[in-house]
Design a protein around this ligand. Structure first.
Ligand code: DC
Length: 228
Protein backbone atom coordinates (compact mmCIF):
# COMPACT_ATOMS: atom_id res chain seq x y z
CA UNK A 1 0.00 0.00 0.00
CA UNK A 2 1.34 3.43 -0.92
CA UNK A 3 1.79 5.37 2.34
CA UNK A 4 -0.16 8.58 2.90
CA UNK A 5 0.51 11.22 5.53
CA UNK A 6 -2.63 13.27 6.22
CA UNK A 7 -2.20 16.78 7.55
CA UNK A 8 -5.50 18.41 8.45
CA UNK A 9 -6.33 21.61 10.25
CA UNK A 10 -7.91 25.05 10.00
CA UNK A 11 -6.89 27.90 7.68
CA UNK A 12 -3.55 29.44 8.50
CA UNK A 13 -2.33 26.59 10.71
CA UNK A 14 0.64 26.16 8.36
CA UNK A 15 -0.50 22.84 6.83
CA UNK A 16 0.41 23.96 3.32
CA UNK A 17 3.95 25.06 4.13
CA UNK A 18 4.55 22.02 6.34
CA UNK A 19 3.03 19.55 3.87
CA UNK A 20 4.98 20.92 0.95
CA UNK A 21 8.28 20.93 2.86
CA UNK A 22 7.81 17.41 4.24
CA UNK A 23 6.94 16.13 0.75
CA UNK A 24 10.11 17.75 -0.60
CA UNK A 25 12.28 16.28 2.14
CA UNK A 26 10.92 12.78 1.56
CA UNK A 27 10.70 13.03 -2.23
CA UNK A 28 6.99 12.18 -2.00
CA UNK A 29 4.01 13.62 -3.87
CA UNK A 30 2.00 16.45 -2.36
CA UNK A 31 -1.74 17.08 -2.55
CA UNK A 32 -3.04 20.53 -1.60
CA UNK A 33 -6.73 19.59 -1.37
CA UNK A 34 -7.64 23.15 -0.39
CA UNK A 35 -6.47 24.17 -3.88
CA UNK A 36 -8.98 21.70 -5.36
CA UNK A 37 -11.83 23.39 -3.48
CA UNK A 38 -10.41 26.82 -4.27
CA UNK A 39 -10.31 25.87 -7.96
CA UNK A 40 -13.98 24.88 -7.78
CA UNK A 41 -14.82 28.15 -6.00
CA UNK A 42 -12.83 30.06 -8.63
CA UNK A 43 -14.64 28.27 -11.48
CA UNK A 44 -18.03 28.93 -9.85
CA UNK A 45 -17.29 32.65 -9.52
CA UNK A 46 -16.06 32.75 -13.13
CA UNK A 47 -19.19 30.98 -14.42
CA UNK A 48 -21.52 33.08 -12.26
CA UNK A 49 -22.88 29.94 -10.58
CA UNK A 50 -24.87 30.50 -7.39
CA UNK A 51 -22.55 29.15 -4.68
CA UNK A 52 -25.55 27.97 -2.65
CA UNK A 53 -26.98 25.88 -5.51
CA UNK A 54 -25.73 22.33 -4.84
CA UNK A 55 -26.76 20.78 -8.21
CA UNK A 56 -25.12 23.55 -10.25
CA UNK A 57 -21.95 23.50 -8.13
CA UNK A 58 -21.82 19.69 -8.37
CA UNK A 59 -22.24 19.76 -12.16
CA UNK A 60 -19.34 22.19 -12.28
CA UNK A 61 -17.25 19.91 -10.03
CA UNK A 62 -17.93 16.94 -12.32
CA UNK A 63 -16.87 18.83 -15.43
CA UNK A 64 -13.95 20.71 -13.86
CA UNK A 65 -10.79 20.49 -15.92
CA UNK A 66 -8.17 20.86 -13.23
CA UNK A 67 -4.42 20.65 -13.74
CA UNK A 68 -1.57 21.12 -11.29
CA UNK A 69 1.56 22.06 -13.20
CA UNK A 70 4.96 22.66 -11.65
CA UNK A 71 6.72 25.54 -13.40
CA UNK A 72 10.48 25.83 -13.89
CA UNK A 73 10.99 27.59 -10.54
CA UNK A 74 9.24 24.73 -8.74
CA UNK A 75 6.08 26.79 -8.11
CA UNK A 76 2.83 24.87 -8.46
CA UNK A 77 0.49 26.50 -10.96
CA UNK A 78 -3.18 25.63 -10.91
CA UNK A 79 -5.02 25.64 -14.23
CA UNK A 80 -8.80 25.67 -14.16
CA UNK A 81 -10.36 24.99 -17.54
CA UNK A 82 -6.95 25.86 -19.05
CA UNK A 83 -6.82 29.24 -17.29
CA UNK A 84 -3.92 29.85 -14.89
CA UNK A 85 -5.58 31.05 -11.66
CA UNK A 86 -2.35 32.73 -10.53
CA UNK A 87 -2.52 34.53 -7.21
CA UNK A 88 -6.31 34.86 -7.45
CA UNK A 89 -6.53 31.33 -6.07
CA UNK A 90 -5.06 32.61 -2.79
CA UNK A 91 -7.38 35.62 -2.46
CA UNK A 92 -9.88 35.89 0.38
CA UNK A 93 -12.71 36.08 -2.16
CA UNK A 94 -11.80 32.69 -3.62
CA UNK A 95 -11.18 31.26 -0.12
CA UNK A 96 -14.69 32.27 0.93
CA UNK A 97 -16.17 30.78 -2.28
CA UNK A 98 -14.18 27.56 -1.67
CA UNK A 99 -15.56 27.26 1.83
CA UNK A 100 -19.11 27.69 0.50
CA UNK A 101 -18.85 25.16 -2.35
CA UNK A 102 -17.08 22.74 0.01
CA UNK A 103 -20.19 22.59 2.18
CA UNK A 104 -22.15 20.67 -0.52
CA UNK A 105 -21.93 16.89 0.04
CA UNK A 106 -22.51 16.02 -3.64
CA UNK A 107 -19.79 18.42 -4.77
CA UNK A 108 -17.39 16.84 -2.25
CA UNK A 109 -18.22 13.37 -3.58
CA UNK A 110 -17.54 14.60 -7.11
CA UNK A 111 -14.02 15.63 -6.05
CA UNK A 112 -13.19 12.53 -4.02
CA UNK A 113 -11.67 10.32 -6.73
CA UNK A 114 -9.58 13.18 -8.09
CA UNK A 115 -7.97 13.54 -4.68
CA UNK A 116 -7.45 9.80 -4.22
CA UNK A 117 -5.76 9.64 -7.63
CA UNK A 118 -2.90 11.70 -6.15
CA UNK A 119 -1.80 8.61 -4.17
CA UNK A 120 1.23 7.52 -6.17
CA UNK A 121 4.53 5.84 -5.24
CA UNK A 122 6.65 6.35 -3.25
CA UNK A 123 4.12 8.16 -1.02
CA UNK A 124 1.79 11.12 -0.61
CA UNK A 125 1.55 14.03 1.80
CA UNK A 126 -2.04 15.28 1.66
CA UNK A 127 -3.21 18.42 3.40
CA UNK A 128 -6.73 19.69 3.96
CA UNK A 129 -9.64 19.28 6.34
CA UNK A 130 -10.78 15.68 5.84
CA UNK A 131 -7.68 13.89 4.57
CA UNK A 132 -7.42 11.65 7.64
CA UNK A 133 -11.14 11.29 8.27
CA UNK A 134 -12.67 10.79 4.78
CA UNK A 135 -10.29 10.82 1.81
CA UNK A 136 -7.43 8.69 3.22
CA UNK A 137 -8.78 7.04 6.39
CA UNK A 138 -5.96 4.46 6.12
CA UNK A 139 -3.20 7.14 6.24
CA UNK A 140 -0.14 5.84 8.14
CA UNK A 141 0.30 9.16 9.92
CA UNK A 142 -2.48 11.64 10.69
CA UNK A 143 -1.57 15.06 11.96
CA UNK A 144 -4.08 17.65 13.06
CA UNK A 145 -2.19 20.92 12.85
CA UNK A 146 -3.73 23.86 14.62
CA UNK A 147 -2.88 27.28 16.11
CA UNK A 148 -4.90 29.99 17.85
CA UNK A 149 -7.13 32.10 15.56
CA UNK A 150 -5.08 35.20 16.46
CA UNK A 151 -1.78 33.58 15.46
CA UNK A 152 -3.33 32.28 12.23
CA UNK A 153 -4.76 35.71 11.34
CA UNK A 154 -1.36 37.34 11.95
CA UNK A 155 0.37 34.77 9.70
CA UNK A 156 -2.22 35.31 6.99
CA UNK A 157 -1.79 39.08 7.30
CA UNK A 158 1.96 38.83 6.64
CA UNK A 159 1.43 36.35 3.81
CA UNK A 160 -1.12 38.62 2.10
CA UNK A 161 1.12 41.65 2.53
CA UNK A 162 3.91 39.80 0.71
CA UNK A 163 1.67 38.90 -2.20
CA UNK A 164 0.28 42.44 -2.44
CA UNK A 165 -3.26 41.67 -1.28
CA UNK A 166 -4.75 44.04 1.28
CA UNK A 167 -6.77 43.42 4.44
CA UNK A 168 -6.54 44.54 8.05
CA UNK A 169 -5.74 42.23 10.96
CA UNK A 170 -9.20 42.49 12.65
CA UNK A 171 -10.87 41.87 9.28
CA UNK A 172 -8.73 38.77 8.62
CA UNK A 173 -9.39 37.47 12.15
CA UNK A 174 -13.14 37.82 11.60
CA UNK A 175 -12.90 36.05 8.21
CA UNK A 176 -10.85 33.19 9.69
CA UNK A 177 -13.34 32.75 12.53
CA UNK A 178 -16.24 32.78 10.09
CA UNK A 179 -14.58 30.17 7.88
CA UNK A 180 -13.64 27.97 10.86
CA UNK A 181 -17.23 28.11 11.99
CA UNK A 182 -18.61 27.12 8.57
CA UNK A 183 -15.99 24.39 7.99
CA UNK A 184 -16.53 22.90 11.47
CA UNK A 185 -20.31 22.98 11.46
CA UNK A 186 -21.06 21.58 8.03
CA UNK A 187 -22.88 18.26 8.08
CA UNK A 188 -20.44 16.41 5.81
CA UNK A 189 -16.70 15.97 6.42
CA UNK A 190 -16.47 18.77 8.97
CA UNK A 191 -13.15 20.12 10.13
CA UNK A 192 -12.19 17.92 13.06
CA UNK A 193 -9.26 15.85 14.21
CA UNK A 194 -9.44 12.14 13.34
CA UNK A 195 -9.64 10.00 16.48
CA UNK A 196 -6.19 8.61 15.71
CA UNK A 197 -4.61 11.95 14.76
CA UNK A 198 -1.59 13.45 16.45
CA UNK A 199 -2.69 16.97 17.46
CA UNK A 200 0.06 19.54 16.99
CA UNK A 201 -0.44 23.16 18.12
CA UNK A 202 1.94 25.33 16.11
CA UNK A 203 1.13 28.62 17.91
CA UNK A 204 4.51 28.76 19.61
CA UNK A 205 6.53 26.62 17.19
CA UNK A 206 8.57 27.71 14.19
CA UNK A 207 7.87 26.23 10.78
CA UNK A 208 11.16 24.29 10.96
CA UNK A 209 10.17 22.78 14.32
CA UNK A 210 6.80 21.62 13.00
CA UNK A 211 8.44 20.09 9.91
CA UNK A 212 10.92 18.16 12.10
CA UNK A 213 8.13 16.87 14.35
CA UNK A 214 6.11 15.63 11.37
CA UNK A 215 9.20 13.99 9.81
CA UNK A 216 9.93 12.26 13.14
CA UNK A 217 6.36 10.92 13.20
CA UNK A 218 6.66 9.63 9.63
CA UNK A 219 9.95 7.89 10.45
CA UNK A 220 8.44 6.31 13.54
CA UNK A 221 5.61 4.81 11.48
CA UNK A 222 7.11 4.15 8.07
CA UNK A 223 10.64 3.32 9.18
CA UNK A 224 13.74 4.84 7.66
CA UNK A 225 12.59 7.00 4.79
CA UNK A 226 15.14 8.80 2.63
CA UNK A 227 15.41 12.50 3.35
CA UNK A 228 16.75 14.94 0.77
O1 DC B 1 -6.87 25.03 3.05
P1 DC B 1 -7.51 26.15 2.24
O2 DC B 1 -7.64 27.42 3.02
O3 DC B 1 -6.85 26.35 0.92
O4 DC B 1 -9.01 25.63 1.92
C1 DC B 1 -9.97 26.45 1.29
C2 DC B 1 -11.37 25.97 1.66
O5 DC B 1 -11.61 24.68 1.10
C3 DC B 1 -11.64 25.82 3.15
O6 DC B 1 -12.38 26.91 3.67
C4 DC B 1 -12.44 24.57 3.30
C5 DC B 1 -12.32 23.85 2.01
N1 DC B 1 -11.63 22.57 2.13
C6 DC B 1 -12.38 21.47 2.46
O7 DC B 1 -13.58 21.60 2.71
N2 DC B 1 -11.81 20.23 2.50
C7 DC B 1 -10.50 20.08 2.25
N3 DC B 1 -9.97 18.86 2.30
C8 DC B 1 -9.70 21.21 1.94
C9 DC B 1 -10.29 22.45 1.89
Amino acid sequence: MIPVVAIDGPSGSGKGAVGFAVARRLGWHYLDSGAVYRALGFAALRAGVDLRAEPAVTALANSLNLQFVQDLSGEMRVLVNDEDCGLALRSEQVAAAASQVAAHPAARRALLERQRAARRPPGLIADGRDMGTVVFPDAVVKVYLTASAEVRAARRYHQLKETGFGGTLPQLLAEIQERDERDSRRAVAPLKAAGDAFVLDSSTLTLAEVIEQVLALVRSRVGAVPSV
